[in-house]
Structures are given as C-alpha cells and as structure tokens.
Design a protein around this ligand. Structure first.
Ligand code: IVH
Length: 683
C-alpha cells in the first residue's frame, strides 16, 4: 500500500466507523454485528499504527482515539467526576497473551493477578450516591459527560435508592459506581411477543432495546419495559476507599452496599488461569440473566492499575476478550422485501434452513438496501449467518469463493412489492419507504394495530379477519371498520352468522373505548400507550388533539407543558396531523359515531416513584409543598404525613423540625428539592 492509498483507506474507514458509532451509540440501531464492527475498527487502528504519517495527513480526528458518544437530544448532560473509558478488545487468545506479556514487561513483574468478569452486553452507566443516597444516573456519553437519565434509571426495581452501610464497607460521602444497564432475555421476549400480537415489528436485540429504552423521554414508558442493572466498578470516590486495594475488593463492596453485581467473578493468577476462567465463563454464560458477549480481564491490584495507566480511550490494565458469535453458512434462496406499518421496506433473506446456536434458521434480516450493496449480497450466494446480540439472525457476509457466475448483483425493488408504488427515500434515514397511504400491507398493519388489545381492542379482528376485510376491499383505512355491514360479512358464508354478529357488536363497543386507546391506535410515531394516556388527560377528544399546535406542548423556555410529552413527541404529533389524511381519519372516526370515553385522573400505576412514599417537611427553596406533592404523585409516588420505617424519602426544606429528626433516627433517606428535581429527570 502506498502512503496515499493508506491515507485514502484510513479516511474511508474513519467515516465508516463514525457512521456505525452514530447508529450504535446514539440511535441504538446498528446495521452490522459487533464482530463486523470490531473488524473494521481493527483494520483502521492497524493502518493508523503502520502508516502514522498517512494517519495524521488524514486529520487528527479519529474514532480509534475516543469512546463512542451516546448523548441524545432531550437530556441534560452531566460531567463525570472521573471520565468513563472504553475497553480494548480482542477475539484472539494470542492477543490476550500478548496483553499479559505487555503488562509483565511494563510493570516489571513475572506474576500478575487478574479478575475475570462477564462482559455485560448493555449500556454503560455511572451512578452517583451522595451520603449514600442515589442522586444521579448518567450514561457514558462521550466519556467526559453523559446524559442524565436518573428518572429512567429509577424505574429499575433492583436499583437501591440508598446504599446499605455494611461492616468493612462504610458509605463514602460521594461515590460514582459504574456498571451496565441491560434487559434480560426473558423481558425482551415478553415485549416482542406483545409486539407480535399487535402486528408490530419485533425489536432486534435486548442490548439495543435497553439502550433505546433508557433514552425514552417518558419514565412511565421506561417503567413499562423492565430494565435491570449490574455494577462492576468505581469511579470517583470521596473520601478515598480505605483498605480496598483490589478490583475484587470493589466487587465485594458493591455487593455489600446492596447493589446488583456480576453473577460470577474469577480471580486468576497468571494468564493460563485467566484463559481457563474464560473457558468456564463461556460454558456457563447462557444461563446468565444478561447477554454476555465476552470476558473482561482486569489487573486485580489497583496500585498496579494506576502504574499501568491509560490511553485516551482505554485503560492499559484491562482487556475484553470477546466470544466469536456462532456463525453458519447456508444458501440465500431469495430476498423478499417486507412492508411495515409506516411503509418502511425491510429486505429479508430467505435461506436454506440451517442450524445455528440451538435453533433452525430459515430467515434472516438484511437490514436495508445500503447494507445489501455494501456486502454485495446476491440471491443464490452462500452467505454467513450470525445471531446478532444472540437473538435475531443476520446475514453478515458472503462466501464469494462459492459464488456461481449466474449470480448477479441484487437490484433493490424500485416499487413497493405490495402495491407497486415507486419507493421513496426519506431524508436522514437509510430506509426506503412505500409512500402510498393506501398500500394494502400498510393498511392491514395499521388496522391490526388499531384493533389490537393494546388499542381499541376489537375482539375478533385479528390477523385472519383483517386479511379478509382488507383483501375484499371493504376496509381501506381504520375508519372503514365502522362502516362494515352485516351483509358484507354474511357473504363470507352462512356459518359465520353468529361470529359476524359478535364481531359487529365488538366493533360497536369499541366506539366507546377510552380516549387514550384511540390515540395509541392512530399510530402516531413515538406515541406509545403511556404518552397516549398523558395526551388523553390534556385533550378532551381526538379533534382537539388533531388541532393541537406546538405551543400546546412546549413553552417559551423550551419546557414541556404536558407531563411526559417532550420535544420529539410534540414534533411528531404536530407533523402527523399536518398531513391531511390523518386529519381526515379523525373526522371520519367522529362521523362514524366514535365517542371515546374521557379519562378519570387516577394515580399513575407506573413512574419512577411507584411504590415509594414521601414525607415533606420544612420550606422548600422554590416549590410550594403542594407543587412538590403533585410532581411526586404524577411520578407514581405517595405522600404521607408521618415518618416511619416504611417511608422511602423525606423531602426536607428550611426549618424542618421533628420529621427530619425522626427520619435521621430511623435511617430514612433525606433529600433536598434539588435531589427531587434530579430524580424526576430535570435539573
Ligand atoms: S470495565 C475502564 N467491566 O464494555 C474500564 N466494562 O467495550 C471500563 N462492559 O464501556 C469498563 N461489562 O460499557 C467493564 N465487566 C465489565 C463490563 C464492561 C461490560 C462495557 C462497558 C464498557 C464497554 C467497553
């Protein structure tokens, strides 16, 4: 490679890595497997090392020198007291042994002790406890500052709001505790099963769903999906921890304070023991609650860790050894293109069935047109299939050695496979869409969603029935459901008389479903059930919602005027109703006699404070006690007038009296107004 070729390749790889970083960290929707990503990044760092001049000629900004950035819109950012780093990784035993050899040389010792921990496949988070009380949860962000996701993290049931002081583990004044937020495979399956039932697309894998969930703007929506957490490290700590001078000591402390810690931990002296611990981890990891894509090997001695130091992005004293994903090779029989509820076209690989990681795979995702082009995947090719995030299979590459001359490059359809409309690309998105609102597949999915249990709940209007009524042309949109006639249904045969009557009765009943069910059923992007409930509290009906304007949602200082509805949702709602078809639908529903039931305000059953009892005392600096109470209740908490052992928090202001004393005596957590605001996700 000439220097100028190297420079060009480096620039191209940097752009590619930056693109994948953006998709993984910011949008939680990567297009390639972790292994493919690691390969590209490895090629880049090798070239940068081999051609340093070419690398600097290509500019100083390189993704190999920094950590991926997860910061997203709508969150306050917060600076970590101690930066959060990333990890170097390898898939090779040889390189792992080289890592050890480097440390032996650097530290001038023959024998080194390590801990081997599971590498948890989630998203990194830093928790700050002040005087033992959880005050903040912040994502890694760019390593220096991250997003404040406290309100969302508080939905995690196993996360203690207060550290438990234990013998040998006193609670420090201020401490940052680091770990990983994840979603269990069981919860991921539960959510996807519900999506299936509603005719919605399945989520790709637990890691991305967890990362997307922690960045939702509405904690109540977060609470509907159960997130979990595991803690494995310590950042800043004041006063410094005494006595605990090892990584394994950190783990013991984390546990003693009552925080969830890794399921299994090995201490190993020398690299051979490390290697056998990794083998053991590999054999048992399928039984862990979280996805584990590797092992993290860390020097046990904190003194030696300090001596080894760090580069700009990762410590020299740790290394992630990643398990190669199970991979199978099979024939790609054909590529089919699916149309989603909003018209997004997703290419799917139809495969010769092959067994992979314990199941038989005959379909796999191909993500989108760009990915097929980038990998040059052709019908008739032999392809490699992997389980990305260990759940959904994906085609990761082609065995070009087995390619037949008859295989021609794949041409993505220019028209929608369902309705023949020319497809369009949407700015800022890789996806192609079918723009036809009346496309039968989109109609089918929209109607199915609207009629599902999660929306207006029309019993009998499941997949099969929706296929019939859409197929017959009786239903071209949601409102047509209310125009279905007995005569039409009876043409389906004599035997359906009873079920037709039942169906018509269910349709009639649904006209009076609660308002939020209709709002959810409209399929407004970003508006899930929880947001629909918030909207239903604020707007008297569908027409008022359709007439809403940006000012109804966002105030002059960019503050949100309707609890639970942030900027993104506000934009989505207004944009949705700017489209005439969506306004027409609302008008048609009302004309068809739909009369949604108005909500009765009740204590929310979800929210960061569900199950928490608060006692207020003293004068708060900026809120009245009534205001504070209202905000706590809106977040699912209860207000009580007296302090007991069962009290979760005492919110104390100036001149607090006996309640504060009692809280202290009982060891109940005392918080300030600032703490409250932070816990609610503001400030
Ligand atoms: S230690 C300075 N330990 O992997 C050390 N990280 O690929 C930084 N991760 O950013 C982290 N399990 O989000 C550590 N047992 C573990 C881990 C772990 C998962 C994540 C973490 C980190 C990423 C790097």
């Amino acid at each position: 490679m000439t220097p100028s070729e190297a420079k060009e390749r480096i620039a191209a790889l940097r752009a590619e890595v930056a693109l994948h970083d953006e998709r993984y960290y910011r949008r939680s929707s990567p297009e390639i497997s972790d292994q493919e990503y690691d390969q590209i990044k490895r090629e880049l760092s090798d070239l940068e090392a081999r051609y340093p001049d070419a690398a600097s000629a290509a500019g100083s900004d390189t993704p190999t020198a920094r950590v991926g950035d997860d910061r997203a819109e709508g969150f306050q950012t917060y600076r970590h007291r101690q930066p959060m780093q990333s990890l170097d990784n390898t898939y090779s035993e040889v390189e792992l042994r080289e890592f050890h050899a480097r440390l032996v040389k650097l530290l001038g010792r023959d024998e080194l002790s390590y801990v081997v921990e599971p590498k948890v496949d989630g998203l990194a988070v830093s928790l700050t406890y002040e005087k033992g009380v959880l005050v903040r949860a912040v994502t890694r962000g760019n390593g220096t500052e991250g997003d404040d996701v406290t309100a969302n993290a508080l939905t995690i049931r196993a996360l203690p709001r207060r550290l438990r002081a234990a013998e040998g583990a006193p609670v420090p004044d201020v401490i940052e505790i680091r770990g990983e937020i994840y979603m269990s495979t069981a919860e991921f399956e539960r959510i996807n099963a519900a999506r299936d039932a509603e005719g919605e697309e399945r989520y790709a894998n637990p890691r991305n769903l967890a990362a997307g969930t922690i960045k939702l703007l509405d904690p109540r929506e977060v609470a509907e999906r159960r997130l979990e957490i595991v803690l494995y490290g310590i950042g800043a700590c004041e006063p410094a921890l005494s006595g605990g001078d090892t990584q394994s000591g950190y783990h013991a402390r984390v546990k003693a304070w009552g925080l969830p810690s890794v399921e299994r931990l090995w201490t190993a002296s020398g690299i051979d023991q490390v290697w056998s611990a990794i083998g053991e981890l590999d054999r048992m990891r399928s039984g862990f609650a979280y996805g584990t894509d590797g092992a993290v090997v860390k020097l046990d001695s904190l003194a030696l860790q300090r001596e080894a130091g760090s580069t700009s992005r990762a410590p020299r004293w740790a290394m992630a050894y990643k398990f190669a994903a199970e991979r199978a090779e099979t024939k790609l029989l054909s590529i089919s293109v699916q149309v989603g509820r909003t018209g997004v076209l997703t290419p799917v690989a139809e495969l010769e069935p092959v067994s992979l990681a314990g199941s038989t795979v005959s379909r796999a995702t191909l993500h989108n047109r760009d990915e097929i082009g980038r990998k040059d995947i052709r019908e008739g090719d032999y392809v490699y299939v992997e389980k990305a995030g260990e759940v959904i299979p994906a085609v990761v590459g082609v065995n070009t050695a087995r390619r037949q001359p008859s295989c021609v490059p794949y041409v993505f359809p220019q028209v929608c496979p369902a309705c023949g409309s020319p497809v369009v690309s949407v700015e800022g998105e890789v996806a192609l869409r079918c723009p036809n609102y009346e496309c039968p597949v989109q109609v089918r999915r929209r109607v199915l969603h609207f009629a599902s249990k999660a929306c207006v709940d029309i019993d009998g209007m499941g997949e099969a029935m929706v296929d019939v009524v859409v197929g017959k042309g009786w239903v071209r949109g949601i409102a047509d459901l209310y125009r279905l006639s007995r005569e039409q249904l009876l043409t389906l045969g004599k035997s359906v008389e009873k079920s037709s009557d039942n169906l018509l009765a269910a349709i009639e009943r649904s006209k009076r479903a609660e308002l939020w069910r209709f709002i959810h059923g409209l399929g407004i992007p970003h508006v899930g059930a929880a947001a629909a409930k918030d909207l239903a509290l604020r707007f008297p009906g569908l027409e008022a919602l359709a007439d809403s304007r940006h000012e109804d949602y966002i105030g002059k200082d960019k503050e949100s005027l309707i609890a639970g509805i942030g900027q993104t949702m506000a934009d989505a709602i207004v944009t949705h109703f700017n489209q005439p078809v969506n306004r027409t639908l609302v008008r048609d529903l009302v004309a068809a006699g739909v009369e949604p039931a108005r909500p009765v305000a009740a204590a929310p059953s979800t929210g960061p404070f569900v199950g928490k009892t608060f006692v207020l005392t003293g004068t708060l600096p900026s809120m009245t006690r009534e205001e504070a109470s209202a905000r706590i209740e809106a977040a699912g908490g209860k207000i009580s007038s007296s302090v007991s052992k069962k009290t979760s928090f005492v919110l104390a202001g100036a001149d607090a009296g006996s309640k504060l004393e009692k809280a202290k005596a009982l060891g109940v957590a005392v918080i300030s107004e600032d703490d409250l605001v932070r816990m609610l996700g503001g400030g």
